[in-house]
Write a protein that binds this ligand. Structure first.
Ligand SMILES: [Zn+2]
Length: 65
């Protein structure tokens, strides 16, 4: 999901450290988000199956457009 804006409206959900129980791959940096690390989930409102887990910093610094 290099260009998440094309997916339309996005919902940002903050995951607290205690809620992070699995390892995810951040599409911003292609590195692990390990269990226990607070992060953010981006959920396309029209396509919730395409949700992605991001490091908070990677989401903030993502390239526009
Ligand atoms: Zn990242």
């Amino acid at each position: 999901m290099e260009n998440p804006e094309i997916l339309g409206d996005l919902e940002e959900r903050f995951i607290q450290p205690y809620q992070a129980t699995k390892t995810y791959i951040c599409p911003g940096c292609n590195r692990d988000i390990p269990p226990g690390l607070g992060h953010i989930v981006i959920v396309p409102v029209d396509a919730p199956d395409l949700r992605r887990h991001w490091h908070r910093g990677c989401w903030t610094r993502r390239r526009p457009g």
